[in-house]
Design a protein around this ligand. Structure first.
Ligand code: GDP
Ligand code: MG
Length: 453
């Protein structure tokens, strides 16, 4: 038996070269123009390089291997030709199907749920989200691993079950596996119950100097394309500073000396299996702390309306929960502003559909992320700048001179019209926005605000 099948102890996708495979049944739903579009976007999100794709149309799946025997041989040939290290299937497979397919392909095989879980695991940034994902992985993935005990033994510790590493596979091992899974599951559930409060304070403390913008929307909507365009040349955010936000955060230069921190979040997934819903929601935790969300929608997708509804409802839900939690903890929390971004308008035959969207959501911005025009870029920047400033008014701000950091922030971010110094403090007459003022206060700066006479 080839040795790399044992690599199923490690299902991570990052840096792998992968071939995508799908069996389309009569009831399968997919975009006929690009049947593997979503899976490709998911695989790339997970960090894989896609080197080949293959689909088969069938009336019903093959019991043992899902895909037909001849097609599997073809798939193997494609993998060899392209030097692919793994194959990712666009649907879920049973543990025995995975085993059978791996035997034919002689390389690692993962299914759709495992791919999604891998993405969630990489993007889960709060402890809570990580535990949530690990729990889902325990439920779904681990029963599918051949040699899961080595992994579990490391996490759980081998107390009382010593020496299992020396035993061969069989009934005994399966029993031990089951006990280890149960033990770890109990551990996780205990920890999850304990966490809740701490995390919010941490995240807020770290982001208050920056205006943060999150990209949300379905996989394949064009979030990463937009992210890359908007932040081209922008430095990745300091990993330490943003460790609790996300690793996909980069500076977005808005012009006029303004800058926002843009985060590319995990996408919503079409037909998300129910067992993954909890972990998906956990990965969205961070969006509640953004100042603004860009809801990216692929308007050329026939399901665009449904997607828009799902995203909106999910966020409503999430924010309602957050508002309650913040109230309980007596913390200030402001719901992120939302801007609807209608993407891929270039794929529409004419502008009728876009006009319809704009009549329903007049504040939406229509773009083509893949070839963003100056005008579209300008519209996005202007919207974010406006949200950043809030209502701008002239105010008198008095601060002790020892607050030099806050003073220089005001000098940079607001239009200072006048400065008066007395008794170790400075009074700035400045045109400054509500939000800037709020973030100044949130940072703990001792600033006294008056309306000019
Ligand atoms: P994500 O999953 O939301 O991050 O989506 P991606 O940014 O990876 O984009 C998914 C696919 O849509 C890629 O093949 C992009 O090239 C394509 N795409 C993104 N924006 C546009 C657009 O404005 N027009 C067209 N025609 N394709 C786009
Ligand atoms: Mg993406």
């Amino acid at each position: 038996m080839p040795t790399n099948i044992d690599a199923r102890t490690d299902l991570r996708v990052a840096r792998e070269t992968a071939v995508l495979a799908a069996v389309h049944l009569p009831e399968s739903r997919f975009d006929p123009a690009d049947p593997l579009g979503e899976l490709r976007a998911l695989a790339e999100t997970a960090g894989a390089t896609v080197v080949g794709e293959l689909t088969q149309n069938k009336d019903r799946p093959e019991a043992g291997t899902y895909m037909g025997a001849g097609k599997l041989e073809e798939l193997k040939g494609l993998c060899e030709l392209q030097g692919a290290g793994m194959v990712i299937f666009d649907h879920d497979l049973s543990p025995s199907q995975i085993g059978n397919i791996e035997k034919v392909l002689e390389r690692k095989v993962i299914d759709r749920s495992e791919l999604i879980l891998d993405i969630f695991a990489n993007r889960a940034t709060t402890k809570q989200a990580r535990l949530q994902v690990e729990l889902a992985q325990l439920e779904y993935t681990y029963p599918r691993l051949r040699a899961m005990w080595t992994h579990l033994e490391r996490i759980v510790g081998s107390g009382g079950i010593g020496g299992i590493g020396t035993r061969g596979p069989g009934e005994q091992q399966i029993e031990i596996d089951r006990r280890l899974v149960q033990k770890r599951r109990n551990q996780l559930q205990r920890e999850l119950a304990e966490i809740q409060t701490r995390k919010r304070r941490e995240v807020r403390a770290r982001k208050q100097d920056h205006f943060t913008v999150g990209l949300v929307g379905y996989t394949n909507a064009g979030k990463s394309t937009l992210f890359n365009t908007l932040t081209a040349g922008g430095a990745y955010a300091d990993d330490r500073l943003f460790a609790t936000l996300t690793t996909r955060t980069r500076a977005w230069d808005l012009g006029g000396g303004e800058e926002a921190m843009l985060s590319d979040t995990v996408g919503f997934v079409r037909d998300l299996p129910p067992h993954l819903v909890a972990s998906f929601k956990a990965t969205l935790d961070e969006t509640v702390h953004a100042d603004l969300l860009l809801l990216v929608l692929d308007v050329s997708d026939p399901s665009a309306r449904l997607h828009h509804e799902t995203v909106t409802e999910t966020l409503d839900d999430l924010f309602e929960r957050e508002a309650k939690a913040a109230a309980r903890a007596k913390e200030e929390w402001r719901e992120p502003a939302r801007v609807l971004v209608l993407n891929k308008v270039d794929k529409l035959p004419d502008n009728a559909e876009t006009l319809l969207w704009l009549s329903e959501s007049p504040d939406a911005i229509a773009i083509s992320a893949a070839r963003l025009s100056e005008e579209q870029l300008g519209a996005l920047e202007a919207r974010v700048r406006a949200a950043m400033q809030g209502e701008i008014r002239e105010r008198l701000l008095t601060l002790p001179l020892s607050e030099s950091r806050a003073v220089s922030t005001i000098e940079r971010r607001a239009e200072v019209l006048d400065r008066t110094y007395e008794n170790g403090s400075v009074t700035l007459r400045a045109r400054i926005g509500d939000r800037q003022l709020a973030s100044l206060r949130a940072s703990g700066a001792r600033v006294e605000v008056r309306e000019p006479a």
